[in-house]
Design a protein around this ligand. Structure first.
Ligand SMILES: [Zn+2]
Length: 79
């Protein structure tokens, strides 16, 4: 049997019912490991910037990993 390859375009859009969350983790090198302090999940990007600024002010740490999560709905693109 011969397989038929189909190329269908899909589109992803943000799920309006899905929550968007931002988080940050301090990955500043402290000796032989990362600092590792994490903020709770926050509802906006600015809240994460504020949290990081506070942590930097307290500790002098300057390197963070930022984590952004959202939900997406994927559908076949209409032609
Ligand atoms: Zn830190």
């Amino acid at each position: 049997m011969r397989s038929v390859l189909r190329y269908v375009d899909y589109v992803a859009r943000p799920d309006p019912d899905g929550e968007q969350t931002w988080q940050a983790e301090c990955v500043t090198d402290v000796g032989d490991k990362d600092c590792g302090v994490k903020c709770p999940e926050l509802g906006g990007e600015q809240a994460v910037v504020d949290w990081m600024a506070e942590h930097t002010k307290e500790t002098g740490h300057e390197r963070f990993k930022r984590i952004y999560e959202d939900y997406a709905l994927v559908k076949k693109a209409e032609k």
